[in-house]
Structures are given as structure tokens and as C-alpha cells.
Design a protein around this ligand. Structure first.
Ligand code: MV4
Length: 481
């Protein structure tokens, strides 16, 4: 591999460029008109404009990306996350163009991209699954019988789904029919596939995901877990590694289950197997993400491995001669996503120019970011402007380091979710490590109240200062002669 094209933008494009250059591989950035002045464009060895700002005309346009690779004589393509990263057609198009795809085969993406087929893979590998339908539900009478057999509440999920689309929770059988219809129609319009299935609904699970690293010679490893229970509308807010809920025994069991899932689809590259963990510490396979994840840095911090470097080595057909028992797990890492959204206004994206921007520094502090002071955040893409990652000896120290780092982060011109992240870090449930996927829903009002209190006292002090400026001359301060 001599020259790698990065089919992505923002912080992850910069992240991939950094490792490629470290390995002596040249890079090609592809960019939209909105990203002409972006840092990743400047940092790449070469850059090609592939179209207008809307993703469909640029970062989602397979032909333009392949053409840019040909034009620059790149020999490999890294898809990053989001955009085309989990499209079977993209992996295939890259392969068909005679280029190396830094990611799994089209077949692995297809098998894991569909939840019904990925659950079928799990079943054949004896990986625990929640009770549910093995196939898509079409016969409503049968669905009803099944739901009663599973026990309510049940959850309806779209097989092609993602991001909570086509998902419905059903508490009463008499709602089942209507909800299946709604979920299926939503899935059809969002994904072009209306297949839905039913499984038992866990009211407050933890979300645990296992990092998988597999070479093309049958060696598959787990690089431990990340806990990502704190999510808002299926967007993660804080991720950490290791999970405060797993012991060595359970870690091994889940890790080995994740390896079996990867083997079931002949997986190669970096991937993530997601599980739900119930209050009795039972784990259930949920889905597999066939890409590098946003939160991969917490795994890098505790294992000491550069996951992008491993992806590139795997793509070059190298053999990974690790021993599972020798994959390190040191200390504790936490990542906070820095999104340009206003937590006090329903997380509305906050656009504008970064009039002030200074990142925190220190031992065990890492910032993967996309913009610098004076730059404008484009409206066309997601609102994540940076990731702040900290690493310390233990969880308690990592939380303190994260608090300090957030305090030191200077961002002006746009609102960010930092105040909300700070609220989480000070919340007893987070500190105890007992938080579940219900955390945000359960505590959000608490946050709004606390930020209201803060705003109220700020307003009160401003009023006091206003009166001081108006009146202070009237105050006769006795002076001594
Ligand atoms: C579930 C669940 C409870 N029980 N499935 C949310 C997104 C999609 N990937 C799957 N999701 C869930 N599936 C069963 N059977 C709860 C969720 C869920 C969730 C999962 C992970 C992290 C955050 C979440 C927030 C709400 C619901």
C-alpha cells in the first residue's frame, strides 16, 4: 500500500491521515465544496474536490470517489465511519476497481448489515440471543401468538434498521398489529426494506460492545469492551473502556462470543459486536458494526494499539500473531463527544464560527478534532466537532481528569454539549457505574433544572452588577483626611 484515499471527512479523516503518514503511506483526501478549507484537506498529501456540500453529491457518491482514486493513483481506500463505510456496494466497487478496501469483504457487510441474518449467524454459533422471532414477521396472527409466548413488552425492530428507525416498543398485544405496520412502513421508506422482527424488550439494559480485530488468515481477537450506555436518541454521549460492570470471567465470555460472531461471517478488519447486558449480568447479542467506530480511541488508550494501523496491516494481508491472553488492558479511558448542539434547546445543532477554540492538554489527554479557531462549522454534516479522550490509572481518576479537561476546553461561537457532559460526570449513577440506556431519559429534567438554577444565578448577579454601576457614585465612602 503506497497511497491511501480517505473516503470521509472531519476528525476521522485527520485521524486516518495521521496513522497513514506515520506508516509512510501517502494520502488522498476527497472533499466537498463545504470542506475546501478543512484541516483534513490541508493535511492530506493530495486532495480532490468531489462535489457539492450535500453528502449525496460528495461523500456518498461512489463513482466520484473511485474516479478520484484512479486520478491520483491511490491503491487503497479507507471508508472511516458513517457515509459509505457499511455499504456492501462500496466495498465491492473498491474491490472491482482493483483497489484495497480497508475494511471487511462485501459478504461480511451484507451478512451483518441485516439484523435477521446476523442473529441467524449468532444462533449457529451458540451466542445468547433474546427470545424472539427467527424471521421477519408477516403473519399478524402468528406474530401475536409469538409475542405472548415471548412475554410483553416486546420490541419490533427493522432488520435493515439503524438509529432507532423502524423500532417500536409494544406493551399490550392489542397494539401489536398497528405497531408492526408502522415500524414496517418506516423501515421501507428509510431503508427500502420493510422486514421487521420481534424480540423480548429489556427495560433498562446496559450497552456493551466488543472491539474485534481479525486478520485475513483466520486469526480473530477481542480487544475488550467499551461501555456506551449513555446515549441520547441512539447517539452516544460518553463511552468508556473497560466497562465498570464486567469482571474478568464475563469479559472473557462476551469476548469469546463476539469472536464467534466475527468468525461466522468470515470477518476481517476492525469491527464491533454489540450486546445488551441485563441486571442479572446475562448478555445478549444485538448487532455487529462492520466499521471502525467513533469511540475506538478508548480501546486504543487501554490496549496501547493504534487500531487504524492494525486495519491497514490487515488490509495488506499481514498476519496478526497475537495471543488473546496478551492483549493489554491498562487503566481506564473515557471519551466525551464534543457536539455543536445546545443541550438547553433540545440539542438543536448550533452553527456558526469558532470565535475561540483552545483544547485541553496534559498527560493522558487526547483530542481528536476537526476544526480550528476562526473556522465555520458546516451545516451539512453531523454536529460532532471533536472527541475528548482521557486515560488514567483507574475509573475514578479518569473521571476527574475528564472534568479538568472539559473545564480547560475553550469553545466560543457555537454552543456545545459540554455542560451536559459535565452534569453526567457529576451524577451519582454515572460515578457508581450503574447507568443504563435509560440514563439520559431519566436524568434529563434534572440537568435542565440545574442549568436553569445556574442561569438564574447568573442573571441575578448581572442585575446586581448593573445596579452597582448605576449607583456606586451615590454611595459616599467616608475618606480619612
Ligand atoms: C433493545 C433494547 C432493549 N431490548 N432491544 C436501540 C438502538 C438499536 N440499535 C437497539 N436499541 C435497543 N434495543 C431489546 N430487545 C434497548 C435499546 C435501546 C438502546 C440500546 C443501546 C443503547 C441505547 C439504547 C437506548 C434506548 C434503547
Amino acid at each position: 500500500m503506497k497511497k491511501l484515499l480517505i473516503a470521509n471527512r472531519g476528525e476521522i479523516a485527520r485521524r486516518i491521515i495521521r496513522t497513514a503518514h506515520k506508516m509512510g503511506i501517502k494520502t488522498v483526501a476527497v472533499f466537498s465544496e463545504a470542506d475546501r478549507n478543512a484541516l483534513f484537506v490541508r493535511e492530506a498529501y493530495e486532495a480532490v474536490c468531489i462535489g457539492q456540500a450535500p453528502s449525496k453529491e460528495s461523500y456518498l457518491n461512489i463513482e466520484k470517489i473511485i474516479a478520484a482514486a484512479k486520478q491520483t493513483q491511490a491503491d487503497a481506500v479507507h471508508p472511516g465511519y458513517g457515509f459509505l463505510s457499511e455499504r456492501e456496494a462500496f466495498s465491492q466497487a473498491v474491490e472491482d476497481a482493483g483497489l484495497i478496501f480497508v475494511g471487511p469483504s462485501p459478504n461480511s457487510i451484507r451478512l451483518m448489515g441485516d439484523k435477521i441474518s446476523s442473529k441467524q449467524c449468532a444462533r449457529t454459533m451458540n451466542v445468547p440471543l433474546l427470545p424472539g422471532t427467527e424471521n421477519s414477521v408477516s403473519d399478524l396472527a402468528l406474530a401475536k401468538t409469538k409475542a405472548i409466548e415471548i412475554g410483553l413488552p416486546v420490541i419490533i425492530k427493522a432488520s435493515a434498521g439503524g438509529g432507532g428507525k423502524g423500532m417500536r416498543i409494544v406493551y399490550h398485544v392489542d397494539q401489536l398489529e398497528e405497531q408492526i405496520g408502522l415500524a414496517s412502513r418506516e423501515a421501507l421508506s428509510s431503508f427500502g426494506d420493510g422486514s421487521v422482527f420481534i424480540e423480548k424488550y429489556l427495560p433498562a439494559p446496559k450497552h456493551i460492545e466488543i472491539q474485534i480485530i481479525a486478520d485475513k488468515h483466520g486469526n480473530t481477537f477481542y480487544f475488550h469492551e467499551r461501555e456506551c450506555s449513555i446515549q441520547r436518541r441512539y447517539q452516544k454521549v460518553i463511552e468508556e473502556a473497560p466497562s465498570p460492570s464486567l469482571n474478568a470471567q464475563l469479559r472473557k465470555e462476551i469476548g469469546e462470543a463476539a469472536v464467534r460472531i466475527a468468525q461466522s461471517c468470515n470477518y476481517s478488519g476492525a469491527g464491533t459486536v454489540e450486546f445488551l447486558l441485563d441486571e442479572s449480568m446475562n448478555f445478549y447479542f444485538m448487532e455487529m458494526n462492520t466499521r471502525l467506530q467513533v469511540e475506538h480511541p478508548v480501546t486504543e488508550m487501554i490496549t496501547g494499539y493504534d487500531l487504524v494501523e492494525l486495519q491497514i496491516k490487515i488490509a495488506r494481508n499481514e498476519v496478526l500473531s497475537f495471543k488473546q491472553s496478551e492483549i493489554p488492558m491498562n487503566g481506564h479511558a473515557i471519551e466525551a463527544r464534543i457536539n455543536a448542539e445546545d443541550p438547553n434547546s433540545e440539542f438543536l445543532p448550533s452553527i456558526g464560527v469558532l470565535t475561540e477554540y483552545e483544547i485541553p492538554q496534559g498527560v493522558g489527554v487526547r483530542v481528536d478534532d476537526a476544526y480550528m479557531k476562526g473556522q465555520e462549522i458546516p451545516i451539512h454534516y453531523d454536529s460532532m466537532i471533536a472527541k475528548l479522550i482521557v486515560h488514567a490509572q483507574d475509573r475514578r481518576m479518569a473521571i476527574e481528569k475528564m472534568k479538568d479537561a472539559l473545564h480547560d476546553y475553550r469553545i466560543e461561537g457555537v454552543n456545545t454539549i459540554i455542560p451536559y457532559t459535565q452534569f453526567i460526570l457529576n451524577h451519582e449513577e454515572f460515578i457508581q457505574g450503574t447507568m443504563t440506556t435509560k440514563f439520559v431519559e431519566h436524568t434529563f429534567q434534572e440537568f435542565l433544572n440545574s442549568s436553569m438554577d445556574l442561569e438564574e444565578s447568573e442573571a441575578a448577579s448581572l442585575v446586581a452588577f448593573y445596579h452597582f454601576l448605576r449607583e456606586y457614585k451615590k454611595v459616599k465612602v467616608p475618606t480619612r483626611k
